[in-house]
Write a protein that binds this ligand. Structure first.
Ligand SMILES: [Zn+2]
Length: 64
């Protein structure tokens, strides 16, 4: 990753992307988030279960 790319996290599903409208659910995204978790196999991930994640991807643990 080069440069100073800003990443946004969705306030609804916590999905991290480079755009300020969530490409997954269309929800509002925030630059104010903490912690990053990569879900590679959501069906076997306890974190994914806890967070209600139903797709693989990169997610923020906390979104403000
Ligand atoms: Zn979303």
């Amino acid at each position: 990753m080069a440069g100073r790319q800003i990443y946004y996290a969705c306030k609804s599903c916590n999905f991290i992307s480079e755009v300020n409208v969530c490409p997954r659910c269309g929800g509002e995204c925030s630059k104010e988030w903490q912690g990053m978790v990569v879900i590679a196999d959501f069906e076997k991930s306890d974190i994914a279960k806890k967070m209600g994640i139903t797709a693989n991807g990169t997610y923020a643990l906390k979104v403000r």
